[in-house]
Design a binder for this molecule. Structure first.
Ligand code: DC
Length: 223
């Protein structure tokens, strides 16, 4: 049977890096769905488009093929054949991704692509609506979170290491703003699926978080 692991959670919960480590331990691919919304957000910014214009964003999504490939270093995300992996991690692109992900027809297209990829191979998929919409029948479903302060702290540290000198207060404000936007949008807002297991990593180390998720997967596959 196809092994599909679904992980949802708010910004900065460490989803991407934790998901990457869990997928490696399980020997399966990791699909970072946020990167797909980010790729669309970046494309809109690069074209100087108005992100509030839903119709234009849906048209852009329909005309721009977003795709992913896998290499030794994990997922690469492409827009119109251009590798944008290194360009989609800025704060500006984060906000743009959060904005374009509000539109129902954008989501429909992204979800269809994600479902197609997950049907083709064993895969761990992380995002906001994976347990609820993309893979409701996943082998294991996890909601990974941490307090807003802790998430901002981690993100701030990470950004500083990359030479992006935002203050902690600014990062916390961004985290709260994106939480607000992701949790209160009309279409498929971020929420914990009823049958998803909660992993709160506020007081867990990275390795402890990975182990907690592997334990849940183990219980689902062998329990
Ligand atoms: O996980 P991330 O920070 O890379 O995601 C960027 C934005 O994309 C996030 O603010 C909400 C949106 N997103 C979404 O709506 N659904 C997903 N499955 C993944 C991301």
């Amino acid at each position: 049977m196809r092994l599909n692991i679904a992980i949802d959670g708010p910004v900065g919960a460490g989803k991407s890096s934790v998901a990457d480590a869990v997928a490696r331990r399980l020997g399966i691919l990791h699909l970072d769905t946020g990167a797909m919304y980010r790729a669309l957000g970046l494309a809109a910014l690069e074209r100087g488009m108005n992100l509030q214009d839903e119709k234009a964003m849906v048209e852009l999504c329909g005309s721009l093929p977003v795709s992913v490939t896998y290499g030794e270093d994990g997922q690469h995300t492409f827009v119109e054949g251009k590798d944008v992996t290194g360009l989609i991690r800025t704060n500006e692109v984060s906000m743009a991704a959060s904005t374009v992900s509000r539109y129902a027809d954008v989501r429909r297209a992204m979800v269809a692509l994600q479902q197609k990829l997950a049907a083709e191979t064993d895969m761990l998929v992380d995002g906001r609506d994976i347990c609820t919409t993309v893979l409701p029948d996943a082998t294991a479903k996890i909601y990974l979170t941490a307090s807003a302060e802790e998430r901002a702290k981690r993100r701030w540290k990470e950004m500083n290491e990359k030479g992006m000198p935002d203050t902690y207060e600014k990062v916390l404000e961004d985290v709260r703003r994106r939480d607000e936007q992701d949790m209160n949008r009309e279409v498929e807002p971020l929420r914990q699926a009823e049958d998803a297991e909660l992993v709160d990593s506020t007081n867990l180390t990275f390795d402890e978080t990975v182990e907690a998720i592997l334990k849940i997967v183990e219980a689902k596959t062998h329990g």
